[in-house]
Design a binder for this molecule. Structure first.
Ligand code: MN
Length: 305
């Protein structure tokens, strides 16, 4: 197995997050894939955007129709709204506290945009979860979850966005053992959160500052924690927020290129050709006011969503 995808017991790595642009002009901080680590469980991609206050004339986020294969997209908001449209015909607004989960399987396409009119602030996360071999060639799907399990533990408000944790299970459909928690630290002090020791975990600071096992973390780095931990200790002097995610080490090599997850470069070439040829596999997104995205040339390392 690739040493970059293999968990290594409890560790504490601050993986630098890099800035890039998504869609027309949305600045994001990309935490995964990371030069130092490509996967955390099945989690393979993480963009953090905002918080930003949009000018009244701003159109906000505009990501035109584009394809995906071999993964699930997870959309989670802290402020604002995003309108999703896909080639299965789903048109779904997402707001803070809700989950949009798209399962690409063998192929789907979608667009994402800030609706008009919209609230002034925008802040959120976009993840990808790699699908296992047994699921990645199957039919696509889309699910919206307006309500998710919320728990209070040791001064923290925890929303189980996806997967399992603390004896609960999110209703969101997933295909490997994983977890994803929104962690609100409204009370100041020290908080202990039990973890699944067989999972590797990572934590991204979303707002404020907090320390993880006594080490100060900011939103400029993804805190990779390794596996084999029974619990994690968080401490904050002011209200803070974080996202904790992880899962069983994935155990499959995952190739990412542009918006595709696969195992072989030949699959990437086929997916790219199918998108450019308007093949039925990716369908068509209706209602988005703008052009579909053009795939980059094979061999470029460009990645967007
Ligand atoms: Mn996408």
């Amino acid at each position: 197995m690739d040493k970059l995808t293999k968990a290594s017991g409890p560790v504490m790595e601050a993986l630098p997050v890099r800035e890039t642009i998504v869609g027309e002009d949305m600045k994001v901080r990309r935490a995964l894939p990371n030069r130092l680590r490509r996967l955390v469980g099945a989690w393979t991609f993480l963009d953090h955007y905002g918080p930003v206050t949009l000018a009244p004339e701003s159109k906000g986020m505009r990501v035109g129709p584009h394809p995906h294969t071999g993964l699930q997209t997870v959309s989670w908001l802290y402020a604002g709204e995003v309108l999703h449209r896909d080639s299965l015909g789903f048109k779904q607004m997402i707001r803070p506290g809700q989950l949009n989960l798209m399962t690409a399987g063998n192929g789907i396409s979608h667009s994402e945009e800030t609706p008009c009119p919209h609230t002034p602030d925008i802040h959120g996360l976009q993840f990808w979860i790699a699908l296992p071999e047994t699921r990645r060639h199957r039919e696509p799907g889309f699910d919206h979850y307006p309500q998710l399990p919320v728990m209070e533990r040791d001064g923290m408000k925890l929303t189980l966005v996806i997967g399992e944790g603390l004896g609960e299970r999110s209703p969101a459909r997933v295909y490997s053992s994983l977890t994803g928690f929104d962690v609100e630290l409204g009370d100041c002090g020290t908080h202990t959160l039990p973890l699944h020791p067989a999972f590797e975990h990572a934590l991204l600071v979303i707002d404020g500052e907090l320390s993880v096992e006594g080490i100060a973390m900011e939103m400029t780095a993804l805190c990779y924690l390794g596996d084999g931990r029974e619990r994690i200790t968080l401490a904050n002097g002011k209200p803070a927020r974080a996202f904790l995610f992880g899962g069983a080490p994935f155990g499959e090599e995952v190739l990412l290129w542009w918006n595709f997850a696969a195992r072989h470069t030949a699959e990437m070439a086929a997916a790219r050709a199918d998108w450019e040829a308007h093949a039925a596999r990716f369908g068509e997104v209706r209602g988005y006011d703008g052009p579909r995205l053009t795939a980059p040339e094979l061999g470029t390392r460009l990645k967007t969503r």
